[in-house]
Design a protein around this ligand. Sequence first.
Ligand SMILES: *[C@@H]1O[C@H](CO)[C@@H](O)[C@H](O)[C@H]1NC(C)=O
Ligand SMILES: *[C@@H]1O[C@H](CO)[C@@H](O)[C@H](O)[C@H]1NC(C)=O
Ligand SMILES: *[C@@H]1O[C@H](CO)[C@@H](O)[C@H](O)[C@H]1NC(C)=O
Ligand SMILES: *[C@@H]1O[C@H](CO)[C@@H](O)[C@H](O)[C@H]1NC(C)=O
Ligand SMILES: *[C@@H]1O[C@H](CO)[C@@H](O)[C@H](O)[C@H]1NC(C)=O
Ligand SMILES: [Fe+2]
Length: 459
Amino acid sequence: MAAISQFIVLLLLISLANLCNGGITSKFMRKLEASVDMPAGAFPPPAGYNAPEQVHITQGDRHGRGVIISWVTPLSPKPTVVRYWAADGDGNRRNKAHSRITTYKYYNYTSAFIHHATINNLEYDTKYFYELGSGNATRQFFFTTPPRVGPDVPYTFGIIGDLGQTYDSNQTLEHYYSNPKGQAVLFAGDLSYADNHPFHDNRKWDTWGRFVEKSTAYQPWIWTAGNHEIDFAPQIGENTPFKPYTHRYHVPYKTAQSTSPLWYSIKRASAYIIVLSSYSAYGKYTPQYEWLQKEFKKVKRDETPWLIVMLHAPWYNSYNYHYMEGESMRVMFESWFIQNKVDIVLSGHIHAYERSERVSNVRYNITNRLCSPVRDVNAPIYITIGDGGNIEGLANEFTEPQPSYSAFREASFGHAILEIKNRTHAYYTWHRNHDNEPVSADSLWIYNRYWYPEDESFQ
Ligand SMILES: *[C@@H]1O[C@H](CO)[C@@H](O)[C@H](O)[C@H]1NC(C)=O
Ligand SMILES: *[C@@H]1O[C@H](CO)[C@@H](O)[C@H](O)[C@H]1NC(C)=O
Ligand SMILES: *[C@@H]1O[C@H](CO)[C@@H](O)[C@H](O)[C@H]1NC(C)=O
Ligand SMILES: *[C@@H]1O[C@H](CO)[C@@H](O)[C@H](O)[C@H]1NC(C)=O
Ligand SMILES: *[C@@H]1O[C@H](CO)[C@@H](O)[C@H](O)[C@H]1NC(C)=O
Ligand SMILES: [Fe+2]
């Protein structure tokens, strides 16, 4: 009798444990090897005198009819011109835009000539060619503008974070590059990892620019600043945070009424994308706080149903790394995310992958002890995608047991794809580097919080 009741208690305990532990910790075991940077020689400068290199584009305006084209010329600031024409137009009638040039010094490094040219008023949903350089150093590229902003416009984003420039980074980029679906990349911060090298060796910013060019020259990457963009090093006289990053990567922050390139927003197809800085002040009365407060009021869900936020340091993270680094920003802003029904929050920083349930933790008021995350149908899904493959290696220790807010976690390198179908549905997949690109190791139909606020975890 006692044995039977013990058995029943045991069964009960097992089923309770299953109830509490809803999430999946992937059993996929990855072979751990050191992540080392690819040699500089793997990315030689392009041929020709003063050939333009490190070409990258990003959205240049509020709605997607503008593009910022950026490149570097090593020896001379000239030419500054970018020639561009619609693919189905007359190639002999080329439009021109001119770059503004910037340079900077960092410790004993002096940058080459960094060009940024903004082109506005392009046609929507149109393929353009563009050409940089002159003589035998002329290089040609192309991009396609997004469709006109609207509620049911399908659009597919790639999602990459913490990329760096190791052999693993190369696999991540190659995997994403081989996927024909991605139309623009949402980049969750931490680009080159130059700061992991002696004196923040800024030549690593140049090799990174050459490494990613095969994608960044052809589709916009939407940038977020991470901690590896800070480059604050007073010990070597470098007191200006974000100096290399802000010289090299321009974003359309002024069209978003922001006063800093570190936080801004754009509309693209059916998405409204808000980029925040985990490493800039966000307390009450600060510029970022004041901006974000006004920003949510501008989002019209019947125009852009999908509200996506990027910030580098995750708020919900169940790895044993960077514990609670995102916590103070969560305390400041989480209630706004709930009130405004943010769909998805993309972060990096943890060098692994994790997807959350829809949870919030906004009830706590110091006295009521209600300080655990709870299911919340108005909450975003938090995705941590710092698994690009940088030199710091993989984060492979989990907190145990897996917290109930964590839906899926795996310590592998990879990237994700978000296919927005219409105002209610988006299909999300995560692709680990160890599989062929068509395989997805985690996938989910994501339902829009404004138009279809059902809980996806029961699908
Ligand atoms: C910069 O300083 C480092 C350390 O002293 C040295 O190894 C490197 O060669 C210097 N680079 C230049 C361009 O002077
Ligand atoms: C490219 O043009 C420059 C002069 O504009 C010339 O000196 C050089 O030899 C040319 N290189 C090649 C590979 O044709
Ligand atoms: C990067 O990956 C591509 C495709 O697999 C490969 O051709 C190239 O050699 C790799 N680069 C390096 C430096 O390993
Ligand atoms: C905190 O919340 C509890 C109920 O959850 C409420 O009774 C109490 O008044 C709140 N305290 C403050 C300071 O808002
Ligand atoms: C939105 O897309 C989903 C998935 O493709 C589809 O099932 C649904 O019917 C679509 N809704 C409308 C209104 O077309
Ligand atoms: Fe980071």
